[in-house]
Design a protein around this ligand. Structure first.
Ligand code: NAI
Ligand code: CS2
Length: 486
């Protein structure tokens, strides 16, 4: 075993970032870049206050008890690991609903931190659904009860867009320049979408505030990439065997990428030396990653989960699924991409297959399958619509859609049940109940969910027919037959 251990720098107490969404990814991506930046440059001004607005109060408090230090285990493979201690998070807060049902324990502290002149950047990983945008149209879901709540009580916001608007309003009232907002979620044009959510909410409140935000706040886009699965008991045991007993630790792959639009009026760390790629236009990289990596992940997630396969590693080692991914990436995803010169998409596809085959990661397919309604437009459907408009078919995506529809029934092909974790889960359940074994009506009803499927694609007869045929083969003949039918 080739093991390298790197200690954290001493604490500085200085906070330049507020992060919303203290999950696994933030701990293993942004925090690692910032820890490395601090160690190399000696600049201690960019510590992080990291907050949760919804779940994981235990992590917020656990990190506090641990003096805001934790470990990240980066596995190149099972023989090669880098163990980093991370200390760049200086403070953790929780503004969500606690175990007793009370909201906003640290809500005021979080708003004060966001409104402080020292805070120059607010980053987010609140998952796609945390922006409260309609995934297909990108419009704010003003009928969502959480957004209705933030419109009614803008000074005690509960959502990420609500917190951003209120903190910006406080800065404006105090004559403090706004922070830069950097979304690090897997959404296309994530900066523009965040701006859309914030602007729509601000307009509901105060037209002058909205115009101040429109003129003064930068929302750069970013592409983030590092596979960081949710921790399993096995991960904690493996770390304990290496002498790391840390309940706040995270495990990830060695690979990491961050491509950021260089638009930070309030300054930023000079983090290029850590490998952050600062570019004028992130869109080609974001689209490439969403369609090639995340699109492949979702294909594996629905097809594999239906066949009772547990992890990405287990599924990508099955020859037919590996072949499906390669075909999807090269024939359906790559041809939709317009990349800057020098990007080799064949090599990218091979590198993704190698990353998925990392034998040290237990990346559960059920984790990736979560929130399909929020993920599928950007991963599969926008590209598939572009292909349909050009008269091209997308059989791998059609099979993926069939698998997703079947997956949302909450029971795999072997009869094992699981819970469907998705903001639209109740709607899915009622469609399955209404249409039962009438596959034609069921597939038509799912394709008609216009929050997910672009209208023009739903109306494409060839695509609808391909999804229906794949659905029937998958449900009647099983995974092998559905793959063979391709
Ligand atoms: P996680 O499950 O560890 O954490 C999810 C975070 O999102 C938590 O902080 C939770 O409180 C917050 N959240 C969930 N719903 C919310 C809502 N409605 N409003 C506000 N906050 C909400 O997940 P993880 O691994 O940290 O991933 C989070 C996001 O990071 C992903 O959805 C994705 O957009 C991005 N990402 C994750 C990668 C990974 O491999 N884990 C890689 C690249 C990006
Ligand atoms: C995954 C991603 O959970 C999912 O849906 O596809 O989070 C994936 O692990 C990352 O985007 C890799 O960077």
């Amino acid at each position: 075993m080739n093991q390298q251990c790197i200690d954290a720098m001493p604490k500085s107490g200085q906070i330049g970032f507020v992060h919303l969404g203290l999950g696994a990814f933030h701990r293993a991506h942004q925090a690692v870049y910032l820890e490395r930046y601090r160690q190399r440059s000696g600049d201690t001004g960019w510590g992080v206050c990291s907050a949760n607005l919804r779940s994981s109060i235990g992590l917020v408090d656990g990190l506090s008890v641990a003096g805001h230090r934790y470990h990240v285990a980066e596995y190149a493979d099972s023989e090669s690991i880098t163990l980093r201690e991370i200390g760049v998070i200086e403070e953790t807060l929780f503004s969500g609903r606690d175990g007793a049902g009370n909201w906003g324990r640290d809500g005021e502290a979080l708003l004060a931190r966001m409104a402080s002149a020292d805070t120059r950047i607010v980053t987010l990983t609140v998952t796609e659904k945390g922006y409260f945008l309609n995934p297909a149209s990108g419009e704010l879901r003003v009928d969502d009860p959480m957004i209705i709540g933030d419109i009614a009580s803008p000074r005690q916001p509960r959502t990420a867009p609500g917190l951003l608007v209120e903190a910006l309003a406080r800065r404006r009232e105090a004559g403090i320049a706004p922070f830069t907002v950097l979304s690090c979620d897997n959404m296309p044009d994530n900066g523009k979408r965040t701006r859309q959510a914030v602007m729509q909410l601000a307009k509901q409140r105060d037209a002058e505030l909205a115009s101040w935000i429109a003129n003064k706040v930068a929302f750069p886009c970013s592409m983030v990439d590092r596979i960081v699965p949710a921790m399993t008991d096995g991960d904690f045991e493996r770390l304990a065997a290496l002498g790391v007993n840390d309940p706040n630790a995270v495990v990830c792959e060695a690979f990491s990428q961050w491509v950021v639009e260089d638009n930070f009026p309030m300054g930023r760390p000079d983090w290029e030396a850590e490998g952050v790629e600062m570019v004028a236009d992130v869109a080609p990289f974001e689209t490439m990653k969403l369609r090639m990596l995340n699109g492949s992940h979702s294909l594996l997630a629905y097809l594999g989960a239906l066949a009772g396969i547990e992890t990405v590693y287990d599924s990508v080692n099955q020859g037919e699924l590996r072949a499906l991914l390669r075909r999807y990436m090269l024939e359906e995803a790559a041809p939709t991409l317009q990349m800057p010169e020098g990007i080799d998409l064949d090599a990218y596809a091979e590198s993704l297959l190698a990353r998925f085959a990392n034998d040290s990661l237990r990346h559960r397919l059920q984790q990736i399958a979560m929130d399909g309604s929020q993920k599928l437009p950007q991963r599969w459907l926008t590209g598939t619509l572009e292909r349909a408009n050009a008269g091209q078919t997308s059989p791998c995506v059609a099979l993926g859609m069939a698998a997703w529809i079947r997956y949302t029934a909450g029971e795999d092909l072997l009869g094992n049940s699981y819970s469907v974790d998705d903001p639209l889960a109740a709607r899915f359940a009622s469609l399955h109940q209404a249409h039962g074994s009438d596959s034609t009506a069921l597939v038509a009803a799912f394709l008609a969910i216009d929050d997910v499927v672009p209208n023009a694609l739903a109306k494409d007869k060839a695509f609808a027919q391909a999804v229906l045929a794949a659905y029937q083969t998958l449900t009647q003949g099983g995974l092998r037959e559905a793959l063979a039918a391709l």
